[in-house]
Design a protein around this ligand. Structure first.
Ligand code: TTJ
Length: 640
């Protein structure tokens, strides 16, 4: 503890205490996500220094004692006296929002959204934090404990020839629900940053497991595109261009694949803008106009013909748009601040894309002609789909037929209170039958699925729209699909995918998640999608029946050497209705895995790897599926 607080330090501690009282206000949440926010918060500072041109190496290290260190090779944070009379380092780590005050004039901060809350927030939420600075041939150290209380004045530790800053912190387990850093999560994010930071090397080290990964790129957006399209069948080499206008730097990469999806990843000052904004608007409008202008100039669109529409032009297109914008004109919009407002970004991107895309098309005429013909096919297919839909709507008969099909399969719940309802999507009619028998029919609805679900990653829009299984799901959920999806209309609070605990079951999960991801992303984003977790084993030990949901649980039972009678469940069908209820469906006892989307780029690639053509990659993934999902992409909700 520090003795003799002066007025100033009382104010500071009150500030940091406010962070500890309501950590969610500063880092979003106190779960694994919030924990990792703290890492990015510190890393952002190191990245700023590299962006300003000082130091090209950043290291994130997970230490054996559970703490995390972030170091850079920049100039070293200032250690002199601040105008308040305190040491500047102390100010940076104890005064809320001090971050902006030491960023460079004319530079831009990487922060957006929840980032940029400052190193003091991380300090407030740590059981201890140490800062080491090397500059002016000296090494300096400062240490805080117990939520940001300084333990001793700045110390000089001797001499050095290097320069740089290093922050090590141990998150406070009184604040966070977990203080376990995830190496894979940190690697993924470090790699994404490295793609956007040409020439800066990010190293991630896991001291506990002796692992290390380095990420450094010189043509980052191209490498990023290769990563996203690792398993896609692409139609041409990635096209990259850059430019700058009115102080806004723009970097673009795009590539078409044989998929029917359109994917845009946009970033502003290294932060992903998941809801797009002015830069994306500028990109899309310039892309559409340039393609139409070019197609007309070479006679692929005749004078009297209509222009191609944006959606048809972008079918199968993946784009990465990275802009950097001076802080003075930076504006974010929307609830989660995921949307760029800055109007200047639209014209900057528009100008650069119009000019450079036209050059590319003129210089690569063969590719351009192929792509435009593909866009024209997309336009024809969409027009045909629209006609078919209109006809179906006009002929009432079809509608009744689909309603009949639906009512035969779905066992609906009785309650009309949507906030309590659950829809189980069940693999196979036999498990579906058991589920119908044992369910709590007030709140649980059962929809059995027959056979494989359509792979929406590889199917055309028309085939997807015709697919009976998917139509039934859309109909049951009642909230529309694609651009017409509206989460407010959803008929169930939880959509629970219940499949066998085997490879086929995992595959069905992925096919359904792919469909939801592409056509009802909000359903996942708002946390409505779950995976049921049926047991893998039924064990009888000392005449007591125990269900095991993982091999670890089974091994734990084996530890005391008592003889076990083990039955391996190969599928849901091997359980009778009562067992299915007890183990998998009873809200009081079951375990559900909540599906969340942490990182769209990664999700994107996982889906294209999984749903793409290469069966071996898919098999490999599915075999690792359970571990993988629990660790990286899903959080577990365990009841009972
Ligand atoms: C500010 O202007 C004078 C020279 O140093 C500039 C600066 O603050 N540089 C800086 C900060 N480099 N690295 C940091 C930094 C690194 C980590 C890992 C964590 C934090 C909070 C800051």
């Amino acid at each position: 503890m520090v003795n003799n607080y002066d007025d100033n330090s009382i104010e500071i501690l009150e500030g940091l205490e406010a962070v500890r009282k309501r950590p969610g206000m500063y880092i979003g949440s106190v779960d694994s996500r919030g924990l990792h926010h703290c890492v990015w918060e510190i890393v952002d500072n190191a990245v700023d220094e590299a962006l300003n041109g000082y130091g090209k190496e950043i290291t994130i290290q997970l230490n054996k004692d559970g703490s995390c260190s972030v170091s850079d090779s920049g100039r070293g944070m200032p250690v002199g006296k601040h105008k308040s009379g305190k040491n500047t380092l102390e100010v940076i780590f104890t005064v809320l929002h001090a971050g902006g005050k030491f960023s460079e004039a004319g530079g831009y901060k990487t922060s957006g959204g929840l980032h940029g809350v400052g190193a003091s927030v991380v300090n407030a939420l740590s059981s201890w934090l140490e800062v080491e600075v090397c500059r002016d041939k000296k090494r300096y150290l400062m240490r805080f404990e117990n939520g940001g209380k300084k333990t001793f004045p700045l110390q000089e530790l001797g001499s050095t020839n290097r320069t740089g800053s290093k922050v090590t912190f141990l998150p406070d387990k009184k604040i966070f629900s977990t203080i376990q850093f995830n190496y894979a999560t940190i690697c993924e994010r470090a790699q994404e940053q490295a793609f956007l930071l040409n020439g800066v090397k990010l190293t991630v080290i896991d001291e506990k497991n002796n692992e290390k990964k380095e990420f450094a790129y010189h043509d980052g957006l191209r490498a990023f595109m290769d990563f996203i399209h690792e398993d896609a069948d692409v139609l041409h080499d990635t096209v990259c261009f850059s430019g700058s206008s009115n102080g806004i730097n723009v970097d673009i990469a795009f590539q078409y694949s044989d998929s029917y999806q359109e994917n845009t990843f946009s970033y502003v000052n290294l932060v992903r803008t998941k809801d797009g904004g002015s830069h994306e608007v500028g990109y899309k409008s310039a892309f559409t106009k340039t393609i139409n202008d070019f197609a007309r100039s070479i006679g692929l669109i005749k004078d009297k013909d209509k222009n191609l529409e944006g959606a048809d032009i972008r079918e199968g297109l993946t784009s990465i748009i990275a802009v950097s914008i001076p802080e003075s004109i930076l504006q974010f919009e929307g609830q989660t601040k995921g949307k760029l407002g800055t109007p200047e970004a639209k014209s900057a991107v528009e100008g650069i894309v119009s000019e450079k895309l036209m050059y590319y098309l003129q210089e690569n005429k063969d590719i351009a002609v192929n792509l435009i013909k593909k866009m024209q096919r997309a336009a024809i297919a969409r027009e045909a789909a629209r006609k078919a839909k209109d006809e179906a709507r006009a002929g009432r008969k079809n509608v009744t037929k689909s309603k009949q099909l639906l009512s035969g399969k779905l066992a609906n719940a009785q309650s009309k209170d949507y906030s309590k309802l659950e829809l189980f999507l069940v693999e196979g009619d036999s498990a579906g039958g058991s589920a119908k028998k044992c369910r709590d029919s007030r709140y649980q609805a059962i929809l059995p699925l027959r056979g494989k679900v359509l792979n929406t990653e590889k199917a055309s829009t028309i085939d997807i729209e015709k697919n009976e299984e998917l139509n039934t799901i859309v109909h049951c959920l009642g909230a529309g699909v694609g651009s017409h999806f509206s989460i407010e209309d959803i008929h169930y609070d939880k959509v629970i995918i219940m499949t066998d605990a085997d490879t086929d079951g995992a595959h069905i999960q992925i096919l359904l998640l792919t469909f939801f991801y592409r056509f009802m992303r909000e359903l996942i984003e708002t946390g409505h999608v779950y995976l049921a977790m049926p047991p893998l084993y039924r064990v009888i030990k000392n005449k007591e029946m125990i269900y095991c949901y993982s091999d670890e649980e089974l091994n734990a039972l084996r530890e005391d050497g008592v003889k076990l009678d083990i039955q391996r469940y190969k599928g849901l069908g091997e359980m009778d209705a009562d067992q299915l209820w007890d183990t998998t469906m009873d809200p009081e006892k079951r375990t559900l895995i909540k599906v969340s989307i942490e990182d769209a780029a990664l999700c994107e690639r996982r889906i294209s790897v999984l749903m793409g053509n290469k069966a071996d990659l898919r098999r490999e993934w599915i075999e690792k599926h359970i571990d993988f999902t629990l660790e990286e992409n899903y959080t577990v909700e365990r009841n009972g």
